[in-house]
Write a protein that binds this ligand. Sequence first.
Ligand SMILES: [Ca+2]
Ligand SMILES: [Ca+2]
Length: 673
Amino acid sequence: MSKTVLTLLLLVIFSGILLSTDFFISSTEQPYIFGDFNGWQPIKMEKAAGSWWYAEIELKPGIYHYYLSTESGKRITDPFKNHQSEGTDILNIIEVKNPTDFSGISEGDFSFKIWDRDYFNPVKPGEFFITFPVVERLFNSTFLIFNGKKIKMNLLRNYDGYDYFRVHLQDIEKLNFYFEFSKGDKKLYFGANGLSDSTVTSFSISQEDLPVDYFDTPEWSKGALYYQIFPERFANGDPENDPEDSQNWYADPKNVNLGSNGFFGGDLQGVLNHLDYLEGLGIDAVYFNPIFESPSSHKYDTADYLKVDDNFGDYNLLKKLVSELNSMGKKVILDGVFNHTGDEFWAFQDVKEKGKESAYFDWYFVKGNKPRKYKGHAMNYIAWGGYGDMPKLNVLNPEVIAYINTILEKYNNAGIAGWRLDVAGEIKPEFWRSHFRPTLKELNKNALIVGEIWGDAKVYLQGDLFDSIMNYQFRDAVIEYVARAGHSARKFVNMTDYYLKRYPPQVLTSLWNMLDSHDTERFLTTVYSNEKLFKIAVGLQMTFIGSPVIYYGDEVGMTGGKDPDNRRPMPWKEELWNKSILNYYKKLITLRKEHPALSRGDYSVISTSNSLLVYKREMGNDVLVIIANPGDKAERLSGITGNHKELLTGEILEMEGLSIPPESFMIFEAANE
Ligand SMILES: [Ca+2]
Ligand SMILES: [Ca+2]
């Protein structure tokens, strides 16, 4: 390509600026847009929630005419845009203006996508979040004009050149709104007809028919405190059901097999025997790693989903355990491994035996006839991590869907409150969206769905897939802040803000905040058994926004490296417990119970400086200030004055200029004067 041609091409591209223009209507049938912008060729609209449809069309500035029509030829007038009569028909008119045509605007695009939860986020009837991103520092202020009332929008965050403004609306009856921006004495409006300096059309929508579905997490899950039990290693309550060659519970971990084929005899009766212990801790829910029949100690290779593993007990014992926990006000979450089955699962056994002749051949992804393994690896079929013993299940096969439905029903009948979903990101979202979630919520609308998602989980938390996730991002931030030499409070805030300010706000108190799990080393090991640093991490876990998940034994000071060393048997001889750590957990858990702000309150950062982190949890009159300093130098507090009571020690301290010792953690509430 010659230079001249390239220059000409670039000129053509840049002279015609394209502006994304939004269209949305309510229609019972699929609508199409016909406009003079593309020679009246139909443009198919996309389905939103309720009876709503939308389209985003890139248009050059100009005036356009268009109309909407359904497949059956019914013409619809777009109620949000101007229209004029054209003979017997009505045509809509839209003027697409370059934002720079408005005085005072130098750049930027304006958009409020009413079909997208990022902008319009219905929690429940009467409760909504409305968020508007505008090019940074463009205006002095941004208002929401809501049912005629002017509400100042708060700056949520500045990210990637945009200021995100948000309003939390509660107890509202009608949805009728537009936005007002001001700069000096100039005003601009953004409504359903786009950007304007004069006439604005409101977004006017019925709460009964929204373009985005209502989405909230189960009430019980907001700020709930979990205890994670790896059943083979928690407690052995019944020696009769121990696997052969079970090892000594108290043997030196270095001299035993902690791996997938090493057993100790832990079981459900063991949990039943320690209900008082769980009650004493004050947890709200138990999350069990898999309990279904399987040959391994971890049981992520299911042999039979409808049977509790014989080394753990049976279905009736599970039912008894769940009912006892429920009667103590504690919920039970089971581990659902639906991405793959184990080798011993009857359907896979049948495929291995009969190949293509098997009635279950389409339950898996086998190329050729019979599945083949080589040195443990799957040769001609899809398997988790390539492990031949974990063949991937075809969850979109209607027979598999029906089978999984029977699993959900059976354990719902046992009284469980939800599922943690193993490797949830490896399963097609369609399965969760169209099958798993609707089926489970139909059985129990308060059931909780938690995905095992290690990284950013925004797409999974939009209301159609999961209610919560295993929030390893919280763990990453705590490790960076508490365990790494930099101890940067700013970094902790940046890492947590990254998800806190992007996820729908209604999920935040339900996120599973973990320090560790059956898949990571134990946190006490991460900090090289530095008890002070460990206590700071636990303090953060118990006071940060979200739902803490305690991995069994962390609370008595268990250590352990990477899997399987992190799965050691829980010691039940009290002389083996670290009482100082246990008492610290109990103290924090008691504070969580006494102060609803810690479990369900708003979270905001007060300040960060070097290794000093100061944040606030707030719910009504319950206001707590949390201060952490994992660094090796004392840091001076600033910006807070007056006497406050420190809740871990009971001391009353003057906050002004208070010196925060190295490796310390404190929780303050304003002292009663
Ligand atoms: Ca046993
Ligand atoms: Ca077994």
